[in-house]
Design a protein. Structure first.
Length: 250
């Protein structure tokens, strides 16, 4: 008589089915494993209910499964439960609880949890404003590729918040984040090129970054772009627009 399939093998089979578009099979496997107490299956089941993929969206059910898995130590579930608290879905929307669960997931190494905890600390959401804590979690998130965290580090060095003012370090972080598509970083990098803060003054580069950010609704860029545009000749503006359209990444 064959024994029960190992949980790891069943999880892999469910993931393969899900990736192949067979959500029904994935749901059945995850549902069975979730009732056996397998935390990752519980987290994945919560994810289906949270997104409405393969099942009717049910925020209460999603939060229930995320909580069970989170309390069992699953870091993905901890991060997702934090988001449910942050968005007020299936929970009472307690932002202190969002911060608490983001902290658990951050400690476990989840990059987005580290970024969100950093943002909450920086903005004072769900906790007292704490720039040191914001920097502590922004650094590993940035190292893992989070553009938002990179941009936040740029702001910390630009504004001299708990560190010496360092225009070069700020510009370096803004540059990294801007190239990954962070709109705020694009605006700040454009302003830095316009003013010569931490980078050589370069109005062409200023225009290219500011125009990108302005077209995505950034107010800082909208304020600086009218100052920069008259500094370029018509041919320079045309070249800048050509480079933007070509996706040059400045």
């Amino acid at each position: 008589m064959a024994g029960r399939e190992p949980a790891d093998a069943a999880l892999a089979r469910a993931r393969a089915a899900f990736d192949a578009g067979d959500v029904s099979t994935a749901f059945d496997i995850w549902h069975a494993l979730a009732h056996q107490g397998i935390a990752r299956a519980q987290a994945n089941l919560g994810g289906l209910f949270a997104t409405g993929v393969g099942v009717e969206r049910d925020d209460d059910e999603a939060a229930r499964w995320f909580r069970i898995a989170a309390e069992a130590g699953d870091s993905v579930a901890q991060q997702n439960l934090a988001l449910m608290y942050y968005e007020g879905r299936g929970t009472d929307g307690d932002l202190t609880q969002a911060a608490r669960w983001y902290a658990r997931a951050a400690e476990a190494g989840e990059t987005e949890a580290r970024n969100m905890l950093s943002w909450m600390a920086y903005e004072g959401v769900g906790m007292e404003r704490d720039v040191a804590l914001a920097r502590r979690w922004a650094e590993p998130a940035a190292a893992a590729g989070s553009a938002s965290a990179m941009s936040r580090l740029g702001q910390i060095f630009h504004n001299a918040e708990g560190v010496e003012r360092d225009p070069e370090a700020a510009a370096q972080w803004f540059s990294k984040a801007a190239r990954l598509g962070d709109t705020e970083a694009q605006a700040m990098l454009g302003a830095a090129y316009h003013l010569g803060l931490g980078v050589p003054r370069d109005q062409m580069l200023a225009y290219r970054w500011l125009a990108r950010a302005q077209r995505r609704g950034n107010e800082v860029a909208a304020g600086f772009l009218p100052r920069v545009s008259p500094l370029l000749s018509e041919s320079q503006r045309e070249e800048a627009e050509r480079l933007i359209a070509a996706g040059d990444g400045a």
